[in-house]
Design a protein around this ligand. Structure first.
Ligand SMILES: C[S@@+](CC[C@H](N)C(=O)[O-])C[C@H]1O[C@@H](n2cnc3c(N)ncnc32)[C@H](O)[C@@H]1O
Length: 378
C-alpha cells in the first residue's frame, strides 16, 4: 500500500477545527499503541494510525473499545485536537523510526505525568493546554460571567486574570492571598480550581458583597476561602494566617486601587485616598512588605494596575508601582499588557474621550498592566 491509498486528507480538513474532549479507555488504548509499536512496516503503521484517527472522529467505528469508559478507573480525558494532531504527526513521519518515536511519546504522555513544582500542568501533554496564555499581550474580550462571577462591583477584574495565574502558578490545595479582595473574584476562582484562598478587604460593606458572591459559587473541591476585614497596609499577615493554621501562601495577587481613579471610600486607609503619588506608593509598598514574609520563596506574585491621566499629563502609575516591588526581593518575570474595556463610568463617554484626546494630544487608555514577579533575587 502506498501513501496515496491512505487518503486522510479531506478528513484532515473536515476535522481539524473540532476541539471536543474525548474519554479514552487508557488500558485498551495503551495496549493498542503497544501493538502498533511492534509493526515494522511504515505504511502498515500509518494505515493503523489512520484507523485510530477515524475511530476518534466516528465512535461507531470503535472496534477496539478505545472510547469506552473503563470500569477499572483507567479513563483519561483528552482533547480531540491534541490526539488528532499527535496521530497525524505519527502518520506523516517519513521513517518508521520517527513514527515510532512519536508513537512512544504519545504513549508516555498518557502513562506518565510530568509536572513542575509550581503547578499541576502535565508537561507531557502540554499541547492540550491551548487556553493557557503564554504571550505577553492579553486580549480578553469577553468577561467570564458564569457561576458567581458578575461585573457588579465597580473596579473588579475579569476572572480570567486569576484563572490564568492560579492554573499556571499554583497546585491544587495550595494557598492564594489577595490583599485587595474587593468583590471576591480571586476566591471564586479558588473555589472553582480547587485552591484555598485568603482575601483582605478594608471596607466592611465590600466584605459583605464578597461573601455573598463567594457563597454563591459551588465548592466541588471542598477548599477553604476566608476573608479578613482589615487594612493590608497595617496587617500582621504572618500572625493572621497562623490564627488559621496557615504557614505560608504559594501565590500572591494584588489588584490595588489605581490611586484615585475610582474612589472606593472616604476611609483614610484606602489607597484610593492617598494624598499624592508618593503617598500611594508608600502605602502600596507597605502591603508588599507586609505580605513578603508569608509568600514562599521561588513562588509568584502578580500585580494588576493601570496608568492615570491628570492635568494634561500621562502618569505612569503602573511602572512606578512595578518599581516599588523591584526595590524589594523580587525578580520581574513578565510585563503583560491587557486590553481594557470601558469601565461603567466611561461607557457612555466614548465619543467625549475621543474628542478630548484629539484636542489634548493624548491617547485614550485601552490597556492596563499585569506585572509578574518571582520571590527571591538569588
Ligand atoms: C481594584 S479593587 C479590587 C477588585 C477585585 N480584584 C475584584 O475583582 O473585585 C481594590 C480594592 O482594595 C480595597 N482597598 C483599598 N485600600 C485597602 C487597604 N488599605 N487594605 C485592604 N483593602 C483595601 C478597596 O476597598 C477595593 O475593594
Amino acid at each position: 500500500m502506498n501513501n496515496n491509498n491512505i487518503s486522510l486528507f479531506n478528513f484532515e480538513k473536515e476535522y481539524s477545527n473540532v476541539d471536543k474532549e474525548l474519554f479514552i479507555n487508557r488500558d485498551l488504548f495503551i495496549k493498542r499503541l503497544t501493538d502498533l509499536e511492534k509493526i515494522e512496516e511504515n505504511n502498515k503503521l500509518k494505515f493503523e494510525i489512520h484507523k485510530i484517527s477515524e475511530i476518534i472522529s466516528n465512535p461507531e467505528k470503535d472496534v477496539y473499545g478505545i472510547l469506552n469508559i473503563s470500569n477499572n478507573g483507567g479513563t483519561v480525558k483528552i482533547r480531540f485536537n491534541f490526539l488528532y494532531e499527535e496521530l497525524q504527526q505519527i502518520k506523516n513521519a517519513l521513517t518508521i523510526e520517527r513514527s515510532k518515536y512519536y508513537l512512544t511519546r504519545l504513549k508516555k504522555s498518557l502513562l506518565e505525568e510530568k509536572t513542575s513544582k509550581i503547578n499541576d500542568l502535565n508537561l507531557n501533554r502540554w499541547k492540550e493546554y491551548q487556553d493557557i496564555i503564554t504571550d505577553s499581550l492579553w486580549i480578553l474580550n469577553k468577561r467570564d460571567n458564569s457561576g458567581a462571577h458578575n461585573a457588579g462591583y465597580w473596579g473588579n477584574f475579569i476572572p480570567q486574570i486569576p484563572n490564568q495565574f492560579l492554573r499556571r502558578y499554583t497546585k491544587k490545595g495550595e494557598w492564594i492571598l489577595d490583599p485587595f479582595l474587593g468583590s471576591g473574584t480571586t476566591l471564586i476562582e479558588c473555589k472553582r480550581l480547587g485552591r484555598n484562598g485568603i482575601g483582605v478587604e478594608l471596607l466592611p460593606e465590600v466584605v459583605e458583597i464578597a461573601k455573598n458572591n463567594i457563597d454563591k459559587e459551588k465548592n466541588p473541591h471542598r477548599v477553604i476561602t476566608d476573608i479578613i476585614n482589615g487594612d493590608s497596609t497595617d496587617l500582621d499577615f504572618k500572625f493572621e494566617l497562623s490564627k488559621k493554621s496557615i504557614k505560608s501562601v504559594q501565590f500572591l495577587i494584588m489588584h490595588p486601587p489605581y490611586w484615585d481613579i475610582i474612589k472606593f471610600s472616604s476611609n483614610s486607609k484606602d489607597l484610593s485616598n492617598a494624598n499624592n503619588i508618593e503617598h500611594f506608593l508608600e502605602l502600596f509598598g507597605k502591603v508588599v512588605d507586609n505580605t513578603y514574609e508569608v509568600l514562599d520563596k521561588g513562588r509568584y506574585f502578580a500585580v494588576v494596575i493601570g496608568d492615570k491621566y491628570s492635568n494634561g499629563e500621562w502618569i505612569p502609575l503602573a511602572f512606578y508601582t512595578m518599581n516599588e516591588v523591584l526595590k524589594r526581593d523580587y525578580v520581574l518575570k513578565s510585563i503583560i499588557i491587557k486590553n481594557f474595556e470601558e469601565t461603567k463610568g466611561k461607557m457612555n463617554q466614548k465619543e467625549l474621550w475621543r474628542y478630548r484626546a484629539l484636542v489634548g494630544g493624548f491617547y485614550v487608555f485601552k490597556h492596563e498592566y499585569i506585572f509578574l514577579f518571582k520571590k527571591g533575587k538569588k
